[in-house]
Design a protein around this ligand. Sequence first.
Ligand code: ZN
Ligand code: ZN
Length: 74
Amino acid sequence: MNRKEYEESFPNYCQNCRGKGIFKDLSKPSFQDCPECLMKNICPQCAEKSKNLILICDECGWDRNSSPRGLPDK
Ligand SMILES: [Zn+2]
Ligand SMILES: [Zn+2]
């Protein structure tokens, strides 16, 4: 899937982390869960809300442990 196809498939993906679910805060040494989606229990990819911390999204199959994920670079 290329970038355009991704955007068409998941128009609501998180702009803050580009659907990756992790976010690099320049003031901190490591990646952290994205405050705009994962930290609110919202899927980074399809924006579906969950009661629980999202590891794998039931709606779109987004998987926290799979790589690559989120918006493709190209
Ligand atoms: Zn996000
Ligand atoms: Zn999802």
